[in-house]
Ligand binder design. Structure first.
Ligand code: HEM
Length: 569
């Protein structure tokens, strides 16, 4: 008996000893603390050593991703470092010039599309057959985005969004206790009437994130998918947000049978959204064929040129109806997942800084025409103010504080992540004098986690603080006059190269338009006279999301009577 114990003990000691030898050998042999020269002046990115063979840094990434990567950033000031994970080398790039070199690599479109294909299948549900067709028509499909990103398409979609805002801004909050009278976005925002008859007007408590992102979805998507779409699918938004919660899990391609509740909820939501998009594609088919549709689909003429153009292209090349619905999911998701979640943050930051808020209101006033029509019925009747117009070009070119707020919101609250697989040995060349070159070997992955730069204290002092003014530059125009401007500087929240965001010009207009309209028509404060505090956030796909609901008290803001001068207020 004791002999058996002894044998067990010695086996255990041998296993532990082998394990320790393996750990220490891995630690000693892995990593390359200094950047070593490869060919000519090309360097191999530095890499820290690790303890676990094969797994490498995978556990550190899984359990402490943000802080672990931030630690690596301080340790490797070259702007690039490499981590071994699951047997593969992954390069992480945070220096803007190297990130630009990666994003602007001239690679064949098929190489750029290869990883995207995996996403098309795992997250959006595009079948292999439809992917193959899509890859063949990729340049033509890409060309359709001209209807969104350049004129006249950009102005067309922007003007639909503007007319929706003009029509609906007064009902962002109806202050009605009766759910039957509330708007769709209010029903999704946990509205709670605090004071119906307060002297300074009614006050309602809302979840700012839910109220704003749903208001924006319901009023902006008519610009892309037409008005019937939002009227016939009021339940789609709730499902899109559930789907969004599971987006990263879906992207990893975890098998369907794994009982992960968030993943299962996401799959169910995706199935229901895809069923709606399938219905939309069917009615579009009938519409384009000149056939009768159900009366609830009578306004399909106002579907955007982008969506119509894609459908015509997909029909011509035989993409299935299921495939077309899945591509719609990709476009719909891209259209609402990012800007809609960022506008509430921009509002949050402006409202919690009353001085900046007033400066921005003053700055935008000449470009926002809101009036209080004459009240002929006496004080017992409330006559709603009217948003006559917003000069969006004026907001973009003449309102540096508003634009700086938009840029700072992207810096603090967006977190895009570009990833590329190196199909060949690739050299990243930093532009300019003294620029360095790094060799990324075939079969390795290169990543740009934008937050690594966005929170780099070398570029942004007190990086976790939201400070719009940091993006303001003073320049001198042709007449010698000082002008303030705000630009992105080294930030690249929309990515770059072939995969660069196709909605970025629209997103800028959308974010400025909605913010300007909301701060003109409403005041907000923390509930019960509390303080704004620091919101706890979590990363949700490519943006920060509040961990707890962002509750605010909201009330109407008075507007000038018709004919009254702005200075009189
Ligand atoms: C501030 C808000 C936004 C941010 C930060 C953002 C960011 C991005 C990024 C980083 C990508 C590239 C993803 C990749 O590498 O594959 C992307 C792609 C895309 N975005 Fe945006 N986006 C925003 C708003 C929008 C809006 C409002 C629309 C449409 C109305 C839009 C449409 C698209 C489309 C269609 C693509 C995919 C392009 C392709 O297939 O290559 N985006 N976006």
């Amino acid at each position: 008996m004791s002999r058996v114990n002894e044998t067990h003990q010695s086996i255990a000691v041998a296993v532990i000893a082998t394990f320790l030898v393996l750990l220490f050998t891995t630690k000693a042999l892995s990593g390359s603390p200094t950047t070593t020269a490869a060919k000519g002046n090309q360097k191999i990115p530095s890499s820290p050593s690790y303890w676990l063979p094969f797994l490498g840094h995978a556990l550190s990434m899984a359990f402490g991703k943000d802080s672990f990567l931030a630690g690596m950033r301080s340790r490797f000031p070259e702007g690039i470092f490499s981590l071994k994970m699951a047997g593969r080398m992954h390069h992480f790039i945070y220096k803007p010039s190297l990130a630009a070199a990666l994003l602007n690599l001239q690679r064949p479109a098929e190489d750029e599309q290869m990883l995207a294909n995996r996403l098309l299948e795992s997250t959006f549900g595009v079948s292999k057959k439809d992917q193959a067709i899509y890859n063949k028509i990729f340049p033509e499909a890409l060309a359709q985005y001209k209807h969104l990103s350049s004129e006249p398409g950009l102005s067309e979609v922007t003007s639909v969004a503007l007319s929706q805002v003009k029509q609906n801004i007064i009902n962002l909050v109806t202050f009605s206790p009766n759910p039957m009278d509330q708007m769709e976005w209010e029903k999704l925002a946990d509205v709670d009437i605090i004071e119906e008859n307060a002297k300074e007007g009614p006050i309602t408590q809302v979840d700012l994130m839910e109220l704003t992102r749903n208001f924006v979805s319901i009023t902006v998507i008519p610009a892309i998918y037409g008005t019937d779409f939002v009227e016939n699918f009021p339940e789609i938004w709730k499902l899109i947000w559930v789907y969004n919660e599971s987006f990263v899990l879906l992207a990893t391609g975890i098998p369907a049978w794994v009982p992960w509740p968030r993943l299962q909820r996401g799959k169910l939501a995706r199935r229901r959204v895809l069923a709606m998009l399938y219905e939309f594609e069917e009615v579009m088919d009938r519409h384009l064929n000149g056939e009768e549709n159900d009366p609830k689909w009578q306004n399909l003429d106002n579907v955007s040129k982008l969506v119509k153009g894609r459908i015509e292209l997909f029909r011509k090349h035989g993409v299935s109806l299921e495939g077309r619905a899945a591509f719609d999911l990709a476009l719909l998701w891209a259209s609402v997942a990012n800007s809609n979640a960022l506008i509430p943050w921009m509002l949050f930051e402006l409202y919690r800084d009353p001085v900046l808020l007033e400066q921005v209101r003053e700055e935008i006033a000449p470009y926002v025409n809101a009036v209080q029509p004459e009240n002929e019925f006496g004080s017992a009747v409330w006559v709603p103010p009217v948003l006559e117009d917003i000069d969006i070009d004026g907001l973009i070119t003449k309102c540096p504080l508003l634009k700086a707020s938009y840029i700072e919101t992207l810096r603090v609250y967006s977190g895009g992540w570009a990833m590329k697989l190196m199909y060949h040995d690739t050299v990243l060349e930093e532009r300019g004098k003294g620029g360095e070159s790094f060799l990324l070997k075939k079969g390795t992955y290169a990543h740009i986690p934008q937050e690594l730069h966005q929170f780099d204290p070398q570029y942004f002092s007190n990086p976790t603080e939201w400070q719009a003014e940091r993006h303001i530059r003073e320049t001198v125009d042709e007449s010698g006059k000082k002008v303030l401007t705000a630009d992105m500087g080294t930030l690249r929240p929309y990515g770059g190269g072939l995969k660069m965001c196709k909605g970025r010009q629209f997103a800028l207009r959308e974010m400025l338009l909605y913010t300007a309209a909301i701060i003109t028509f409403y005041d907000m404060q923390p509930p019960r006279g509390g303080s704004w505090g620091e919101p706890q956030t979590r990363k949700l796909v490519a943006n920060r999301h509040p961990k707890k609901p962002l509750k605010v008290w909201i009330k109407r803001r008075g507007q000038l009577a018709e004919g009254e001068e702005k200075e009189d207020r």
